[in-house]
Write a protein that binds this ligand. Structure first.
Ligand SMILES: [Zn+2]
Length: 211
């Protein structure tokens, strides 16, 4: 069994959520230019590409990204596939047969099948309806992952999905590519960079199918 990389590559020109800092790479030293080594600087937002939202992103007294529990960021996750819909609803999750003991939930949508191939931001991405966020809280799930740059509908009047999930202390992983996963249990590892006291951090996320 192989580990599957769920991380989108960080590169210039990658899709960027409107208003966020785009990814930039600046060469500082290059061997090809006679320097002793290759060395670069990067510039990016805390929510660029595959990244983690800790509660403090929307909740003033919530945990920051460096305070998240490694025991929640690493462990068994259930992969659910919800295809052919513009939004993931509570009804769709209820109908999907998600086991009652799932602590981590990865939601594969149509996003994973095309949206990442487009360099421009796709405003019509599949999002989590507010009632789906409430369903996730009611089921005691502690971490939820989705396959585009936000759980929230683009230009939603209120950030209800974020507030519901983060207000319950749930960790959100955004910007995953879940194309290669099939429904069922996986071992999941997602490690956001340990940036002190902030609202989010880029992460490497991987999964491996469990028998
Ligand atoms: Zn985010």
């Amino acid at each position: 069994m192989e580990w599957i990389d769920l991380t989108v590559p960080l590169k210039e020109g990658m899709p960027n959520y409107p208003g966020d800092q785009p990814f930039r790479l600046r060469p500082l030293l290059r061997i090809a230019e006679g320097k002793v080594c290759n060395l670069s600087a990067i510039e990016m937002g805390t929510h660029t590409g595959t990244h983690v939202d800790p509660p403090w992103h929307f909740i003033p007294d919530g945990a920051t990204v460096d305070q998240l529990s490694l025991d929640l960021l690493i462990g068994r996750a259930y992969v659910v596939s919800v295809r052919g819909v513009p939004a993931v609803t509570a009804d769709a999750l209820q109908a999907a047969g998600i086991p009652g003991d799932a602590e981590r939930l990865l939601i594969q949508t149509d996003n994973s099948f095309g949206v990442w191939e487009k360099p421009d931001f796709q405003p019509d991405f599949v999002y989590l309806a507010p009632d789906a966020a409430e369903w996730i809280v009611s089921r005691g799930i502690q971490l939820v992952g989705i396959d585009y740059l936000s759980v929230e509908q683009f230009r939603a009047p209120e950030p209800r999905a974020h507030r519901t999930l983060l207000g319950a202390g749930i960790i959100i992983v955004e910007g995953l590519n879940l194309r290669e996963l099939e429904p069922g249990w996986v071992r999941f590892i997602c490690l956001p960079l340990r940036i002190e006291g902030v609202d989010g951090a880029p992460a490497r996320a991987v999964a491996r199918r469990l028998e």
